[in-house]
Design a binder for this molecule. Structure first.
Ligand code: DC
Length: 220
């Protein structure tokens, strides 16, 4: 199997870029952030806060997270219920960053991610894919852009749907970056053998093409 790992901070455009590159290459796209978001949603639904570490660990045996693919689109299920839309709520984003720092939660989701990559050509994105989940991936990419540019892009996406200001988006993004890079377990960091793609001054199509070209080079 050919595995591509894409890691990088929040708002680097990973998921939209990864989805497009995977479709062009005929790979399955696996969004691992969706899995952490689903665990966070399960906790919130039980009335827990993302800081309730022991309670969240105790809840894990009662939750089943699974992935399905409908027309090549990943859907994520919590105990059989499709929660693909619910997990995008802002309160779930914040809670996902906190629950993802719990080692038991990472272990809980590890096998699911590994099994997908063992049996499929996957393009998987997240924070620790090249470093922990798929250390033997044939291609690793670290996708980033400046915090200001990432906040600007996110703000453009949501400004018509919410009253949030650019400054608030930037603050939220800096906070998530800090949490994701400073946690003890599997922190966000570039794998030694990853190719760095700084997309600050690149268009969407340029980034997708760069990933495809790298994949084609390595596949031969
Ligand atoms: O990519 P995202 O914003 O959907 O991810 C949600 C949170 O999950 C993010 O704050 C960090 C965490 N995450 C992680 O720790 N490891 C991954 N492989 C993917 C996401």
């Amino acid at each position: 199997m050919f595995n591509i790992a894409i890691d990088g901070p929040a708002g680097a455009g990973k998921s939209s870029i990864a989805r497009a590159a995977a479709a062009n290459l005929g790979f399955i796209y696996v969004d691992t952030g969706a899995l952490y978001r689903t665990v966070a949603l399960a906790a919130l639904k039980r009335g827990l806060k993302s800081e309730d570490k022991e309670e969240i660990i105790a809840l894990l045996p009662a939750i089943e997270v699974s992935m399905g693919f409908v027309d090549g689109e990943q859907r994520v299920f919590l105990n059989g219920e499709d929660v693909s839309e619910d997990i995008r709520l802002p309160e779930v984003s914040a809670a996902a960053s906190t629950v993802s720092a719990i080692p038991e939660v990472r272990q809980f989701l590890f096998d699911l991610q590994r099994d997908m990559a063992k049996t499929n050509d996957v393009l998987m994105d997240g924070r620790d894919i090249g470093t922990v989940v798929l250390p033997d991936a044939q291609l690793k990419i670290f996708l980033t852009a400046t915090p200001e540019e990432r906040a600007r892009r996110r703000y453009e996406q949501i400004k018509d749907k919410s009253d949030v200001t650019y400054e608030e988006v930037l603050k939220d993004l800096n906070q998530r970056d800090y949490q994701d890079t400073h946690r003890e377990i599997a922190p966000l960091k570039q794998a030694d053998d990853a190719v760095l793609l700084d997309t600050t001054n690149m268009s969407f199509d340029e980034v997708v093409k760069a990933i495809e070209d790298l994949a084609k080079e390595r596949q031969v």
